[in-house]
Structures are given as C-alpha cells and as structure tokens.
Design a protein around this ligand. Structure first.
Ligand SMILES: [Fe+2]
Length: 125
C-alpha cells in the first residue's frame, strides 16, 4: 500500500477495525488463551524472583538482593506487555496460577542421615 493510500478515512477505519485486521489469520481466542498462559508464567517468575530477593542475605554478594529485585520488576513488565496485547485482541488478562515450578528433589542419602528433601527454584522468563 502506498503512503498515498493512508487517507484520514482509511486510518480511521483501520483504528476502528482494531488489532485484528484482514491479514490476521490466527484464532484470536486461542492466541488470547496462550498469552494468558504465558502471562501466568511471568507472574510466577515475578514471585520466584521476589522469593530469591527475600532469601538473598549474603555478606559476600551484597548486590544479589537488588539483582533479584530488578529481575522481578522485569517479569512484571513482561506480564504487563502481554496484558496489553490480550486487551488489543479483545480479551481480558486473567491470572490462573500455573503449576508450581518448584520441584522437590530428594537429597542424596548419607550414611548417617535420613533423606532430606530440598527445594529447587528453577528460573523462568
Ligand atoms: Fe519474562
């Protein structure tokens, strides 16, 4: 389309048409569902990074807490971007918690101890 085709009327029609144009061939409802699923992982990542920040109390890495806080902020920004796209497609950003990314990993048994489970916090995002 040449720039001359962008008349005021054409631009107003395009705005009124919204994010789903004739060239958009995806199923908006399916895309919205996947974006909400992805958004849930971003929110979960935010919570994980916050948890890491709460736990980061080390004299040897004093900036670690700030790093985790910065990552947490980024994850919320990702969630916001996804929410904006969901709304552009006519959907509603909803949060359904995703399955816990925490994995219980049994510690290797020692000769004198009973096995003690440890919790692994895999990073996402
Ligand atoms: Fe992210």
């Amino acid at each position: 389309m040449s720039p001359d085709a962008y008349t005021t009327e054409a631009v107003q029609q395009a705005i009124a048409h919204g994010a789903i144009t004739d060239a958009y061939h995806a199923d908006p409802q399916q895309v919205i569902q996947e974006l909400n699923r992805l958004r849930a992982t971003e929110v979960t990542s935010y919570l994980q990074y916050k948890q890491h920040a709460y736990m980061a109390v080390s004299l040897f890495a004093p900036g670690l807490k700030d790093d985790f806080e910065a990552h947490a902020t980024l994850e919320l920004q990702h969630a916001d971007v996804l929410a904006q796209r969901i709304q552009q497609l006519g959907g509603v950003p909803i949060y359904r918690s995703c399955p816990s990314p925490l994995r219980i990993i049994p510690a290797a048994p020692r000769a004198t101890d009973q096995p003690t489970p440890t919790v692994d916090f895999p990073m996402r995002g």
